[in-house]
Design a protein around this ligand. Structure first.
Ligand code: 6PG
Length: 507
């Protein structure tokens, strides 16, 4: 190991796929990294890749945490990329044992549960600065430009900001689109960095959690479009990929649409058929979509498209039951649509996907606003939309429109009532309804497309049938209700068993 006399700029613990790539990204941007992992092979791996790519030593492997700390000058900056949960606490304790101090900064970049981040910040306060940065973009993002959602002590952020702004994905300010260059040693240095301080401890991980909830919804919506094109029109994966590629040139232009086309185009040599046809239809999940749905239920802030996307993964997991049920339960008899009817459905589906996607993002942003209010955070939604325009998994052209909506009105009640999005929904809702109706008639499940539609239809109605619901609650539980012709704070109750059913003010 060639050790230079000069100290390193940053220590890095955890050299799995994300950690290794963040380390090399830091090195590409001129930072010298002291790196440690429990697995010596991973240390050797990152050192070898660094030398091969740069012809020099920018990443110094360290045999243990004390050795890594000794390569940093005070106040020290240590970044963690270890699995969420107990490993984060274990590394923090090891750092304390190795002499990390009150001026030092430790940054958790894992997919931690946001409440754990809040607890950790309080737990380690005074012993070191526990800071967090949620990272999106997968392994390629980590290597060449992720979207970064930092939160915690502003002093720690001041220290970290130059590094994060250097390694983050960049957006071309003229077009609002990502500037992408996936070349080792040649990082993108121009453009707007996708790294913005989110707020106090936990805020960044909450925002990343919602990013993932939206990611689940977006993925499920695309899968439902694929399913309908496949089942109703009998199109091949390659034909659907071509449609997705066309859609990817307009308002649906997004990373997820792009990779979906790529997956559908991929051929499997072993089966000599489309790869997608041999991938088992049981969806996995690590939990962030579930956390988002749970948070929406706890806060009473509806995110039905996101929740439906989690349910869809769960239902896909009941594979053996579905296989058995398919023998006994039948949907409507139908023939694949052809000709003009097929062309019409493709266009309807495009508009349905766009409108449903707007609703999924609206749910995510409203959830963040509700959580911010509950936690006392001040979130800049325009900035959040801007840092999601590049680097992250949900990067999409229309995030630029979301940023503009929140620039127009930072206190927007809901994205749906922004004039731009209102106009878009008015323009395309007809086709959205037709696509959902067609899928329903054909028996092709479209839970996320229709959850978005029901969300839109509920949100836009001044009167909902909750009046009847309140009547039901009062009938069996004497829960009382408010009247539209009296102050809302006044409660009324009906004696439902009395022949004349007198209404009284309840106690
Ligand atoms: C990202 C991704 C990343 C990961 C998620 C999703 O933003 O880079 O969201 O965090 O892919 O954990 O994983 P699951 O689909 O397994 O829940």
């Amino acid at each position: 190991m060639e050790l230079s006399a000069a100290p390193c700029d940053v220590g890095f613990i955890g050299l799995g796929v994300m950690g290794k790539n963040l380390t090399l990204n830091l090195a590409d941007n001129g930072y010298r990294v002291a790196a440690f992992d429990l697995d010596p092979a991973k240390i050797a791996g990152v050192e070898a890749q660094d030398r091969a790519e740069s012809g020099t030593v920018r990443v110094e492997g360290c045999p243990d945490i004390p050795a890594m700390l000794s390569r940093l000058s005070a106040p020290r900056l240590v970044v963690l990329s270890v699995p969420a949960g107990a490993p984060v606490d274990a590394v923090c304790e090891a750092l304390l044992e190795a002499g990390i101090g009150p001026e030092d900064v430790v940054v958790d970049t894992g997919n931690s549960l946001w409440t754990d981040t809040v607890k950790r910040e309080a737990h380690y306060r005074g012993r070191f600065h526990f800071f967090s940065t949620a990272v999106s973009g997968g392994e390629v993002g980590a290597r060449f430009g992720p979207s970064l959602m930092p939160s915690g002590d502003p002093l720690a952020w001041a220290r970290l900001a130059p590094l994060w702004q250097a390694i983050a994905a960049k957006v071309d300010p003229a077009t609002g689109k990502p500037i992408e260059r996936f070349e080792p040693g040649n990082p993108v240095t121009e453009g707007e960095p996708c790294a913005a301080y989110i707020g106090p401890a936990g805020a960044g991980h909450y925002v990343k959690m919602v990013h993932n909830g939206i990611e689940y919804a977006d993925m499920q919506l695309i899968c439902e479009a694929y399913h309908l094109l496949r089942s109703a029109l009998g199109l091949s994966p390659a034909e659907i990929a071509a449609i997705f590629r066309r859609w990817n040139e307009g308002v649906l232009d997004s990373y997820l649409m792009d990779i979906s086309a790529e997956v559908l185009e991929t051929w499997d040599e072993q089966s000599d058929g489309p790869l997608v046809d041999v991938i088992l239809d049981k969806a996995g999940q690590k939990g962030t979509g579930l956390w988002t749905a749970v948070s929406s239920l706890e806060l009473g802030c509806p995110a039905p498209t996101i929740a439906q996307a989690v349910y869809a993964r769960a239902l896909s997991g009941q594979k053996s039951e579905r296989v058995a049920a398919a023998e006994v339960l039948h949907g409507p008899e139908s023939e694949p649509l052809t000709g003009e009817a097929a062309d019409a459905l493709i266009e309807q589906l495009h508009d349905a996907l766009y409108c449903a996607k707007i609703c999924a993002y609206a749910q995510g942003f409203q959830l963040m606003a509700t959580a911010a209010q509950a936690q006392g955070w001040t979130l800049d939604f325009a900035a959040i939309a801007r840092i999601w325009r590049a680097g992250c998994i949900i990067r999409a052209v229309f995030l630029h429109s979301i940023a503009e909506a929140y620039e127009r009105d930072g206190n927007l009640a809901n994205l749906l009532v922004d004039p731009f999005f209102t106009e878009q929904l008015h323009r395309y809702q007809g086709n959205w309804r037709r696509a959902v109706a067609q899928a329903t008639l054909l028996g092709v499940p479209c839970g996320a497309l229709s959850a978005s539609l029901a969300y839109f239809d509920s949100y836009r109605l001044a009167t909902l049938p909750a009046n009847l619901l309140q009547g039901q609650r009062d009938f069996f539980g004497a829960h009382g209700f408010a009247r539209i012709d009296a102050p809302e704070s006044e409660r009324f109750h009906v004696d439902w068993s009395a022949p004349a059913r007198p209404v009284s003010r309840s106690q």
